[in-house]
Design a protein around this ligand. Structure first.
Ligand SMILES: [Zn+2]
Length: 235
């Protein structure tokens, strides 16, 4: 194989690793955002459970105040009852007292229901608290891992770039220009092997003359169909 082609193969290997590392590092911020979102979502679920419990407690307190109000009212009625002379008024007031007592029973029933609801929600609250702790801890570990990966990738990338620069400095200017153009337009491979008489890039069957020229190694040979530079793998 032409030394310039061997050189290009090394350059292509570095370029492909650079591209894949860049793609990997480009994904990292999104992955970190996804981790943060998981923590935020769980935190929101916990807040919602807390809010629900708070609401229940507020409703229960209000019922208690209402019931207390009714009790005070009944006490007032009882005092009035002693001062009433007319039987009709007396009966009417008794009815009021009875109504108020019924309302207190109803308020206490609803209050009991709320207390039961509160008890049912307590395990859910605990569960959300445990989950948030777990998700936060996992999230921090994942974030640390992702940041570490970004750092390592950055170092690898710098090393590969240095290697690339050295390879470029040694490369044949014409072949390099051809390589760069192909890399830009194909965005996968600029130099490909001949595989069973086919181009390793576009997979089309190559004329025997082209295969022969590539095998001979006298000049840089390109695929007529896709333009990629061809080389023969050592048999
Ligand atoms: Zn081709």
């Amino acid at each position: 194989m032409l030394p310039s082609l061997e050189h290009l193969l090394v350059l292509q290997d570095r370029d492909r690793r650079i591209a894949s590392l860049k793609a990997e590092t480009a994904r990292i911020p999104q992955e970190i955002a996804a981790v943060l979102k998981r923590v935020q979502d769980e935190s929101a679920r916990l807040e919602a459970a807390k809010f629900q419990l708070k609401q229940i407690e507020a409703d229960r307190k209000k019922l208690e105040i209402d019931a207390d109000g009714k009790r005070t009212q009944i006490n007032k009625y009882l005092i009035q009852l002693n001062q009433i002379k007319s039987n009709t008024e007396y009966q009417a007031l008794l009815k009021e007292i009875n109504n108020a007592e019924q309302e207190i029973v109803h308020l206490e029933d609803v209050e009991l229901e709320l207390m039961e609801k509160n008890e049912q929600l307590q395990p859910l609250l605990k569960q959300e608290q445990v989950q948030l702790k777990e998700i936060s801890a996992n999230g921090e570990a994942e974030q640390a891992e992702l940041k570490h990966r970004a750092q390592t990738a950055e170092q690898e990338l710098a090393q590969l770039q240095r290697e690339r620069e050295a390879l470029v400095a040694q490369a044949d200017a014409d072949v390099l220009a051809r390589y760069d153009r192909l890399m830009k337009s194909k965005s996968d491979f600029a130099i490909v092997p001949i595989l069973h008489g086919n181009c390793g890039g576009c997979h089309l069957n190559l004329p025997p003359q082209v295969v022969h020229n590539a095998k001979n190694g006298g000049d840089v040979v390109s695929c007529d169909y896709c333009g990629r530079i061809l080389y023969c793998q050592a048999q």
